[in-house]
Design a protein around this ligand. Structure first.
Ligand code: ADP
Ligand code: MG
Length: 247
């Protein structure tokens, strides 16, 4: 793992809501090819951190450098175009469209492929979509309405819809929430696989799952960085046990 040339550098990031610091002077770095897991008790500021990286929430102070550029100066859609993909906690897919159609509308316009549903799909587009669907275990259900998928499959579809945009940084908020044990296992494998060639930041609660997937774990507590290291290291850290794992 290369940590010398981080893709993402969060520097002194702070946001206050009516004086309450949800994220408080937080700094962290994520390398290319890295799968970082963020843990911490409810209200620790995990989701708010991702909100600031993707531009949904503007920080009170601090910077978010992505490949050297300060994202806090950009609008959400500009950040997406820079190559940052964000998945929120609840899956948001188009339930009335098929899995394939959900992929199709997610293909970036910049590809120069006609993406309107009114157009007949070319073999190239169909192959492209099938490739991404297979990556997220949905190759066999391309023609099914997304509304009929299991909760876990909807999570995969949303990850796939982000992957087809080929982001360099992927932010995933509790992607295995509501998944069956088998789906979790597959998702662990998926997350490992998609961290090659990009950076992935995952918020997750289940320590067994975290241990399986994380390269490095960042522990947040009351908006601040409490600990950082391997899953084993943070799990053995008395401060972490005190505020988080022990409860
Ligand atoms: P986590 O994802 O770690 O559970 P959050 O980032 O969602 O925590 O929230 C951190 C804290 O910030 C919580 O106390 C939450 O109530 C507060 N918070 C988050 N967003 C806002 C907001 N827009 N306005 C006011 N308080 C907020
Ligand atoms: Mg959250």
């Amino acid at each position: 793992m290369k940590s010398s040339n981080p893709v993402l550098m969060v520097e002194g990031l702070t946001v206050a809501f009516d004086g309450f610091r949800a994220v408080d002077n937080l700094s962290l770095q994520v390398a290319k090819d890295e799968l970082r897991v963020i843990i911490g008790p409810n209200g620790a500021g995990k989701t708010t951190l991702l909100d600031m990286i993707c531009g949904k929430t503007k920080p009170t102070s601090g910077r978010v450098l992505f490949k050297g550029e300060d994202l806090t100066k950009l609008a959400e859609h500009q950040i997406v175009r820079r190559g940052v993909g964000r998945k929120f906690q609840t899956p948001s897919v188009y339930e009335d469209l098929t899995v394939g159609e959900n992929f199709e509308i997610s293909i970036p316009k910049a590809y120069g492929i006609k993406t309107s549903l009114a157009f007949k799909r070319t073999d190239a587009v169909r192959k492209h979509i099938h490739g991404f669907a297979e990556q997220v275990f949905l190759g066999d259900v391309l023609h099914q309405k997304a509304g009929r998928l299991s909760h876990g499959q909807k999570q995969w579809l949303e990850i796939g819809m982000l992957l087809i945009q080929q982001p360099e940084l992927l932010l995933l908020d509790e992607p295995v929430a509501g998944m069956s044990p088998r789906e979790r296992e597959q998702t662990g494998e998926l997350l490992q696989r998609i961290s090659h060639g990009r950076s992935v930041v995952v918020i997750e609660h289940d320590m067994e799952f975290v241990k399986r997937i994380a390269h490095k774990v960042t522990v947040l507590h009351q908006g601040q960085l409490l600990a950082e290291g391997s899953a084993a290291e943070v799990q053995a850290d008395p401060r972490v046990i005190d505020v988080y794992i022990g409860h």
